[in-house]
Design a protein around this ligand. Structure first.
Ligand code: FMN
Length: 364
């Protein structure tokens, strides 16, 4: 029976174990959203994971839902990431970049005083969107989102090209692959959502039309990386950033079949309600597994035992952990030796420098 410590072939990448470090925004980038030496140290500390997925990384200056999150659209950012990927590789690890566009999860104060963009300029629920800013006094605070405006059809196409360019930059920066962030209510998820996407052009209306933006991103990115190095993250049923709608099943059945047709490297299932103890994983797997024959990564409120059971039962191939990897740079070794895990320092999740970032203790 397969277990979490078994190696795994992800396409042509050999993973030494089934542990994936989930994408985790930590807001430690420097001015200009440039990755720095502290970030390189943090990722390298966690390189024993089978695969690291970077924190959400902005594909353009119009995507900055969280202040001090890194980007992949300027030369300085590419050079900043080069030191990160080099350190991870030197430590024997593998790392994908998570490509991010916040869309309507945005505020003018973080976007050079430009209005956030979205599928339809639907703004009734703008207060439920999670946007975070860094104050001059060092405090990291949730700020109000600014009502967004609808992208024109031409702008939607141009945004697809921003993902392509970001993937090209990720390749230049030495990443082993990319993960398209289509979860948690950000721009691709906004297009999937019937509630948020009210467009009347080819990017709105039917399930296939609402999925078109994501499909075009997958295809554009595949011009840069082989699809064996392109993963996608989805979060059906989450109400985070209010992208929930009442057509979850037909939409995720459709996109699962699409991912299968393209043979993407993996589908990463973020069960956001599972973080809070109300898992939807079984329901999600019922939709995705029969239609997608490739690699599945499960995430969200999982323990070592539930992870092992999912892998052992062949429901998924890999499992990602978020909070445990924040608090335990040597998570895999700790679990292997049966050692206790460090507790998470909630107050240091974002923008607190080394504190609660690179200073969690390793096993002696
Ligand atoms: C501090 C923090 C930052 C996060 N940042 C991201 C992110 O950048 N991209 C993403 O897709 N999910 C993000 N998530 C969600 C995690 O990837 C993961 O889904 C979540 O922590 C649940 O997994 P866990 O129960 O193993 O912690 C974040 C979660 C936390 C706690």
């Amino acid at each position: 029976m397969a277990g979490m410590f078994d190696e795994f072939a992800l396409g042509d990448l050999s993973l030494p174990n089934r542990f994936v470090m989930a994408p985790l925004t930590r807001a430690r980038a420097g001015a200009g959203d440039v990755p720095n030496e502290l970030m390189a140290q943090y990722y390298a500390q966690r390189a024993e994971a089978g695969l690291l997925i970077s924190e959400a990384t902005n594909v353009s200056a119009m995507s900055r839902p969280f202040d001090r999150a890194p980007g992949l659209y300027t030369q300085a950012q590419v050079e900043g990431w080069e030191q990160v990927t080099a350190r991870v590789h030197d430590a024997g690890g593998r790392i994908f970049a998570q490509l991010w566009h916040g869309g309507r999860v945005g505020a003018m104060g973080l976007l050079d005083w430009r209005q956030p963009v979205s599928p339809s300029g639907f703004n009734d629920d703008v207060d439920s969107l999670h946007v975070w800013g860094l104050l001059d006094n060092g405090n990291y605070v949730r700020v109000n989102a600014t009502p967004s405006r609808a992208l024109s059809t031409e702008e939607v196409r141009a945004t697809v090209q921003e993902y392509r360019q970001a993937a090209l930059n990720a390749r230049t920066a030495g990443f082993d692959g990319v993960e398209i962030h289509a979860a948690n209510g950000y721009l691709p998820h906004q297009f999937l959502s019937a509630r948020v996407n009210r467009r009347t052009d080819e990017y709105g209306g039917s399930v296939a039309n609402r999925a078109r933006f994501l499909a075009e991103i997958v295809d554009a990115v595949s011009e840069v990386f082989p699809l064996s190095r392109v993963g996608v993250r989805i979060s059906p049923y989450t109400s985070y950033n209010n992208a929930l709608d009442d057509q979850v099943e037909p939409m995720y059945a459709h996109v699962s079949s699409f991912f299968d047709s393209r043979k993407v490297a993996y589908v990463h299932i973020a069960d956001v309600n599972g973080w809070y103890g109300a898992p939807d994983m079984a329901k999600i797997l019922e939709i995705v597994r029969p239609r997608f024959s490739g690699v599945l990564i499960a995430n969200g409120g999982l323990t070592f035992d539930t992870a092992n059971a999912l892998v052992g039962d062949r429901q998924v191939e890999l499992v990602s952990f978020g909070r445990h990897f924040i608090a335990n740079p040597d998570l895999v070794s700790r679990l292997k030796s049966g050692a206790a895990l460090n507790a998470l320092q909630e107050q240091n999740l974002y923008a607190r420098g080394e504190a609660g970032y690179t200073d969690y203790p390793r096993l002696a």
